[in-house]
Design a binder for this molecule. Structure first.
Ligand SMILES: Nc1ncnc2c1ncn2[C@@H]1O[C@H](COP(=O)(O)OP(=O)(O)OP(=O)(O)O)[C@@H](O)[C@H]1O
Ligand SMILES: [Mg+2]
Length: 310
């Protein structure tokens, strides 16, 4: 990313200063004054943010062109930027996407995976509903749980497995990955890898993280980040997954949801106002929550073009 020049920062500072003071004065403030009042720093941050947003849009377009995906929303519809995919925090603290049927969870995960790949983070997508077909990553259809090639940057199509088999498959693969990541970290080559776990309730049941049967998954989600491993989970129903996992995930995306029980559970993390607003969100809108901060996002849609995949 190119950093703004001193001249640009000063120009932007002058603008902010003039707006703030409704200035009609012809006296130009000195740089020191701008620095002291914090305007200089503010202008620098604003320029960096604009630049990031600009680069991100250009990047999305490039990815879309290369992969045959089409951004069907106009640029004016993007009201998000890099800060809406807080990759660093996700790699440190994990992420959870929660929302009712069809609220746009998978679409959000697809955007997130692009962002992870861009940050040179390797991913594994566990897809149990054929929702990642035609995504620009190699896909492996898992038929036999015991003989799977363990590779990164891969979509594992688990649609043919039973829920129990998916659980076993993920458990074993995570166990292997943790072992390998520990060795690599020990050798000074800490990896940067992330699991994308669709329909997490298939794999992580309520109160399951403390049980022996799930100890490998539990170890992955609780300690993996020390060895460069993180996760992004999604679920439709808070009531059917382990709330401890939601709790420990530093980044939460809340999509449209209804159902009294789900909303009551969501209240544990969101204010009353934001919880009730969940019912009225549109498809593709999410509350992004990092710690106690919450902001509303509208995401664009990625759509596979027919010519490429026909
Ligand atoms: N940002 C968006 N803008 C417009 N339409 C969207 C957006 N995100 C998703 N959609 C549309 O909504 C539908 C559901 O999207 P998606 O599959 O991502 O939702 P989901 O929450 O994963 O659904 P499910 O609960 O069935 O897994 C799709 O047809 C998709 O095209
Ligand atoms: Mg989905």
């Amino acid at each position: 990313m190119t950093t703004p020049t001193k001249k640009e920062i000063i120009e932007e500072s002058m603008k902010i200063n003039a707006e703030r003071n409704h200035s009609v004065s012809s006296i130009t403030p000195e740089i020191e004054e701008l620095q002291e009042s914090g305007v200089y720093e503010e202008a620098r941050n604003k320029l960096m943010r604009d630049q990031e947003n600009h680069e991100f849009l250009a990047y999305l377009e490039r990815m879309a062109n290369q992969s045959g995906y089409e951004l069907i929303k106009s640029k004016a519809d993007y009201c998000f930027g890099l800060q809406d995919f807080p990759i660093k925090i996700i790699m440190k603290e994990g992420a959870f996407v929660i929302g009712g049927r069809g609220c746009g969870k998978t679409n959000l995960l697809k955007l997130l995976v692009m962002e992870l790949l861009k940050c040179k983070i390797e991913v594994k997508v566990i897809d149990s509903a054929l929702a990642w077909k035609n995504y620009p990553l190699p896909e492996l259809r898992v038929k036999d749980v015991d003989s799977v090639n363990n590779k990164w940057n891969m979509i594992y199509d688990c649609s043919r497995l039973s829920v129990l088999e998916i659980r076993k498959f993920v458990n074993e693969m995570m166990s292997e990955d943790v072992r390998e990541a520990i060795l690599l970290t020990d050798a000074g080559r800490k990896p940067k890898c992330c699991y994308v776990l669709e329909e997490a309730q298939n794999v992580i049941l309520p109160n399951s993280l403390r049980t022996l049967k799930f100890q490998e998954i539990s170890r992955f989600v609780t300690q993996g980040r020390n060895f460069g491993l993180s996760y992004v989970c999604s679920t439709q129903r808070l009531a059917s997954t382990d709330v401890n996992l939601v709790e420990i995930s530093g980044v939460k995306y809340w999509g449209k949801m209804g159902g009294h029980r789900n909303l009551i559970k969501a209240r544990a993390w969101l204010s009353k106002f934001n919880t009730w607003r969940l019912r009225d969100l549109e498809v593709g809108q999410f509350h992004l929550q990092i710690g106690s901060k919450v902001k509303l996002l509208r995401l664009p849609l990625f759509k596979a073009t027919e010519e490429v995949y026909a």
